[in-house]
Design a binder for this molecule. Structure first.
Ligand SMILES: NC(=O)c1ccc[n+]([C@@H]2O[C@H](COP(=O)([O-])OP(=O)(O)OC[C@H]3O[C@@H](n4cnc5c(N)ncnc54)[C@H](O)[C@@H]3O)[C@@H](O)[C@H]2O)c1
Length: 254
């Protein structure tokens, strides 16, 4: 199964200090990649991500900043390439959520989610692609959400849901623009996943309901996003671009 290996590749993961991004950063290292771990400087889990990657014998480069700032992203890719080599894989997992009834949602809360999940991911993609164009191509994987496919029953998060629908369609748009330069762009749309995001006070009491509403009757473990990410990152998915893989225990089937 060499087609899934990432030996000799340099990857960037945004949101690598926590949850799905942390699991995927470690998973890419298990598949053989050296990994640039990008998150906010305040991200407490970044040190753990780096420690666990180094324990696998791979290189982990600590990169801090905000995905809302294109200069932070550009500097991160420059540092990563100087220390680990040409960028060929990127996973964009940085994201935030909050909950407000739409009619009362402070516009600042709307803007923060859109700036991070949508515009921040767009900035990440294009900084990564600019590097990959000069490196003979690469693979970008965007972490979208099943909330871009359905509106979650009982959750008041119109900003989040629509930001994720935008991420999924942005993925298709970028895939068509960049495939002539060897850059593939795909998305993963997780269902309810047991990450810190689902330990937010707003959703803690709803966790059992999330499981009940899922055909597989449980939430995903963050590690269950590794296989899909390695698939899209590697040449195992060499004819996939613009794909959006729902990984949700069957949620969107009901
Ligand atoms: N947990 C779920 O149920 C679920 C379901 C579907 C999709 N997702 C998506 O998966 C991704 C990861 O979510 P998670 O559940 O692991 O959440 P998480 O909160 O554990 O991780 C998000 C990470 O992104 C980082 N981040 C946030 N804003 C940032 C910014 N401006 N710049 C840099 N880093 C920033 C945080 O510091 C954190 O490390 C998100 O895009 C989320 O929308 C999560």
């Amino acid at each position: 199964m060499d087609m899934f290996r990432l030996d000799g590749q340099t990857a960037l993961v945004t949101g690598a200090g926590s949850g799905i991004g942390q699991a995927i950063a470690i998973g890419l290292a298990e598949a053989g990649a050296d990994v640039g771990c990008f998150s906010r400087a305040t991200s407490a889990g970044l040190a753990e991500t780096i420690e666990r990657i180094e324990a696998l014998g791979r290189r982990a480069i600590r990169l801090t900043g905000s995905v809302t700032d294109e200069q932070d992203l550009t500097a991160a890719v420059e540092t990563l390439e100087a220390e680990a080599g040409p960028l060929t894989v990127a996973v964009n997992s940085a994201g935030i959520a909050s909950a407000y009834p739409a009619e009362d949602m402070p516009i600042e809360a709307w803007q923060q989610v859109v700036d991070t999940n949508y515009t921040g991911l767009f900035k990440s993609c294009r900084v990564e692609a600019r590097a990959m164009f000069g490196n003979g191509g690469g693979s970008i994987v965007n972490i979208s959400s099943m909330s871009g496919w359905i509106a979650n029953r009982g959750l008041t998060q119109a900003h989040y849901n629509s930001s994720k629908a935008a991420v999924s369609h942005l993925t298709r748009s970028l895939a068509t623009e960049w495939c002539d330069r060897g850059v593939r762009v795909n998305a993963i749309s997780p269902g309810y996943t047991l990450s810190p995001m689902n330990k937010r006070p707003e959703v803690a009491t709803q966790r059992q309901q999330f499981a009940d509403e899922t055909p597989m009757q449980r939430l995903a473990e963050v590690e269950e996003m590794i296989g899909p990410a390695v698939f899209f990152a590697s040449r195992a998915s060499s004819f996939c671009t613009g794909s959006d893989l729902v990984v949700d225990g069957g949620f969107v089937c009901w």
